[in-house]
Write a protein that binds this ligand. Structure first.
Ligand SMILES: Nc1ncnc2c1ncn2[C@@H]1O[C@H](COP(=O)(O)OP(=O)(O)OP(=O)(O)O)[C@@H](O)[C@H]1O
Ligand SMILES: [Mg+2]
Length: 322
């Protein structure tokens, strides 16, 4: 195991529940993981499995129901005053939907300048203007765009504005919440490349949330797979692709199309049976059991914990073997 201080972020037993009528919606349910400085942790899983909720709770945008989020060893949910403000400068988010996350009534200039002003990073309007223009250029936009409103921009351009806004406060850590899902495939690679370049230049740490595994592979050092509020597998990106151990990860991987039609034809497709159960009062035992062809009685009754296989490869499956 790495030394404690090797982690930028350490999440321990994090839970985020929402009230849902008479039941409890367990959006994030006892999740533990860490992120090292300068690395990218990819987070994948089907819609509704709790990725956004996890990202937002990590940033303290949601209160937690239980557990801890330690940022440089300090509990994010206990931070107050100056400490809290410092954290909100260091940790930023790029939102899933570039259409909904930028205020249509604000000029691009003010969208980007807002954080700089809130944290008192620059005093004079001249310095702020220079900084905003520099940020626009950094994300590949024309500095004259500062005077425009967001409705004048395409999805890809809006996401660049969202990235400039996040960068404005010189963060260390960014939760990128599906920053490319709302974009055309042709634009997706550009944004991924931009995020990769910025990471290298500025030594950023990312939690990169995505729906499917295809893009995550290129950007992530390690990948965490979530299913219905739980982490089912977490390991180095290469290891996950070469040796996926959880049946759910295998199913996700087999859903990625191979560009070569011949190989695509011969490929074994692992079909998942059944539907995703509701996160309101989720099933006993392993949450994946009703869709898993290997499930036994134990899987229906006893919840599998994450177990370590080899170096840094954690899997929550009763059937997993070395
Ligand atoms: N503010 C909220 N109040 C109540 N329930 C919520 C809230 N936010 C999320 N949920 C529920 O929590 C679960 C997880 O949602 P979340 O948005 O985290 O999923 P996700 O993995 O990000 O999905 P997607 O890939 O579609 O963005 C869902 O069942 C969702 O309906
Ligand atoms: Mg989401």
């Amino acid at each position: 195991m790495p030394e404690r201080n090797e982690y930028l972020l350490e999440v321990k037993g994090l839970k985020k529940y929402f009230k849902a009528g008479k039941g409890t919606l367990k959006a994030v349910d006892d999740v533990s993981f860490y992120i090292r400085p300068g690395e990218t942790l990819g987070v994948v899983g089907e819609s509704g499995c709790g990725k956004t909720t996890c990202g937002r709770t990590v940033l303290g945008l949601y209160d937690s129901t239980d557990g801890q989020v330690l940022y440089r060893g300090e509990d994010v949910h206990q931070m107050k005053g100056k400490e809290r403000q410092n954290f909100t400068k260091h940790a930023q988010i790029i939102f899933q939907d570039p259409y909904a996350s930028l205020d249509p009534k604000m000029k691009v200039y003010n969208i980007i300048a807002e954080g700089i002003r809130a944290h008192g990073l620059l005093k004079s309007e001249k310095e702020i203007r220079e900084r905003v223009e520099e940020l626009l250029v950094t994300v590949g936009l024309d500095k004259q765009y500062a005077e425009r409103f967001v409705h004048e921009f395409s999805g890809g351009q809006r996401q660049r504005i969202g990235i400039a806004r996040a960068l404005a406060v010189e963060p260390e850590f960014i939760v990128c919440d599906e920053p490319i899902s709302a974009l055309d495939v042709s634009i997706q690679a550009q944004i991924v490349n931009l995020l990769g370049r910025l990471q290298k230049e500025k030594g950023l740490t990312y939690m990169f949330i995505a729906h499917d595994l295809s893009m995550v592979k290129y950007i992530s050092d390690r990948v965490m797979v979530m299913y219905l509020g739980k982490v089912v597998e977490i390991t180095a990106s290469d290891q996950l692709y070469e040796n996926p151990m959880h049946p759910y990860t295998k199913a996700l991987l087999s859903a990625i199309p191979i560009p070569d039609p011949k190989m695509e034809e011969g490929k074994e497709r692992i079909k998942m049976g059944g539907d995703i159960p509701s996160p309101v009062d989720p099933p006993e035992g392993c949450r994946f059991h009703n869709r898993c062809k290997y499930a036994t009685e134990k899987c229906r009754t006893e919840e599998p914990k994450l177990r370590l296989f080899g170096k840094d490869h954690y899997v929550a499956c009763h059937m997993a073997k070395e």
